[in-house]
Design a protein around this ligand. Structure first.
Ligand SMILES: Cc1ncc(COP(=O)(O)O)c(C=O)c1O
Length: 438
């Protein structure tokens, strides 16, 4: 056989073998079943920011507090609690109970429900320490998926938009989800009529996920009167409220004010649940301290009901994480249970929320001074960590390209990324991008 014809036939044979091998690659997880998932948009944005070598780049993506020098801030009260813990000769690394550190969960109940809550007095609350707020949302979703009107066409309703993880968490436990209108592009405020109409039209007994305060990503919260209306409609439709509370004290600087909606719903007799995070208000992001609370309505049988629910939650928790991590909860617990440290924490909360409120005021006045096209009252009307600027996706990409300012594609900025050193730069970049894309 001539050499060339030998090599051609060998090549053909080799490619046949390799094609055969590819189709029988030793995995059960082929691309048609396990396709490549897209990168998490927020974590992708963080990576792009880190890579950028421009000196005056601005990070407005990350949902974590930064001080006036754009640095992470360890709350002074957390430092103090950390030192107390470290010098405690009795500290050990034993497992916590399944439901977590008891003094932490009971202090957490008081924090969100109020120390004089009738639900606590009547022993109709059960609480479990969780892997921060995400774990609390997950535990609640899992419990509802298993026990809330099983074998019926139940569904959960999220605000449009909402924290993106809500969609994933509820999908993972196979609870169908829909959305209710929330953000009005026109006013850059609450689409209250749309929200009410949608909640009214949802099938009776739907689960309605509500952000307790400082809505993520819009920074738009209902007023107290609007909450009362929402409550009325939900009562009439026998809906189940699921409160996600990731910013108590961080929004207004006042822990009670930020818990108002949750407490109001409880006063109206609802059975509901709450996911509580200590990531933002204690700056304990990576320590994963959080709590899940289930509150049943007032009834002679309430204690029995809550005992049954607690027993099932414990089984779910045991099978998922066995027991929660100790350190962050110990820090929070020390502060929550000590009057002096608690007062210092409130002061630290006012520092964080106050700086953010200042940045909102400054940004609005700079844009208004420059006569930047559009209205800017929404910057100070919105509350908490985030602001929906109203910038379009095209403008977001352009401002990143031209000015090295990083924000999510929906135009959300983390107010904590602004400071007295970069706010002028940012305001001018916004002004420029708006004028150039008009
Ligand atoms: C609305 C909302 N829920 C829950 C969380 C959960 O956060 P973590 O798991 O860090 O406590 C966040 C964090 O960004 C949030 O914004």
């Amino acid at each position: 056989m001539p050499e060339s014809s030998f090599s051609t036939s060998t090549q053909t044979r080799l490619s046949q073998i390799s094609a055969h091998m590819a189709s029988t690659a030793p995995t059960s997880f082929h691309a048609d079943v396990v396709p490549q998932a897209p990168e998490d948009p927020l974590f992708g944005l963080m990576a792009a920011f880190r890579k950028d070598t421009f000196e005056n780049k601005v990070d407005l993506g990350i949902g974590a507090y930064r001080d006036n020098n754009a640095k992470p801030w360890v709350l002074p009260v957390v430092k103090k609690a950390d030192e107390i813990l470290r010098s405690d000769p009795n500290l050990n690394h034993e497992y916590l109970p399944i439901a977590g550190l008891q003094e932490f969960t009971s202090a957490s109940q008081k924090l969100i429900l109020g120390a004089d809550s009738p639900a606590i007095k009547e022993r109709r609350v059960t609480s479990l320490q969780t892997i921060s707020g995400t774990g609390a949302v997950h535990l609640g979703a899992l419990f509802l998926s298993k026990f809330y009107h099983p074998n019926t066409k139940r569904a959960v309703y999220f605000s449009n938009p909402t924290w993106v993880n809500h969609h994933q968490i509820f999908s993972n436990v196979h609870l169908p989800h829909h959305t209710y209108p929330y953000f009005s592009k026109k006013t850059k405020g609450l689409d209250f009529e749309g929200m009410i109409e949608s909640i009214e039209n949802a099938p009776e007994g739907s689960i309605i996920l509500l952000h307790a305060c400082a809505h993520n990503p819009t920074g738009v919260d209902p007023t107290q009167d609007q909450w009362k209306e929402i409550c009325k409609v939900m009562q009439a439709k026998k809906h189940f409220p699921f409160f996600d509370c990731a910013y108590q004290g961080f929004a207004s600087g006042d822990l009670n004010k930020d818990a108002w909606a949750v407490r109001y719903f409880i006063d109206q007799g609802f059975e509901l649940c709450i996911a509580q995070s200590y990531a933002k208000n204690f700056g304990l992001y990576g320590e994963r301290a959080g709590c899940f609370h289930f509150v049943t309505g007032p009834s002679p049988d309430a204690e029995n009901i809550i005992s049954r629910i607690a027993s099932q939650l414990a089984i779910l928790q045991r099978s998922e994480i066995s027991n929660p991590p100790a350190y962050g909860a110990r820090i929070a617990s020390l502060v929550l249970n000590d009057a002096e440290l608690f007062a210092e924490w409130e002061d630290n909360l006012r520092t964080m929320s106050g700086r953010i409120i200042d940045m909102r005021r400054t940004l609005r006045s700079k844009l208004e001074e420059m006569g930047t096209p559009g209205t800017w009252n929404h910057i100070t009307d919105q509350i908490g960590m985030f602001s929906f600027t109203g910038l379009t996706e095209k403008q977001v990409l352009k401002i990143r390209e031209d000015a090295h300012v990083y924000m999510t594609k929906n135009g959300r900025i983390s107010m904590a990324g602004l400071n007295t050193h970069n706010i002028e730069y940012f305001a001018k970049a916004v002004d420029k991008v708006i004028r150039e894309t008009q």
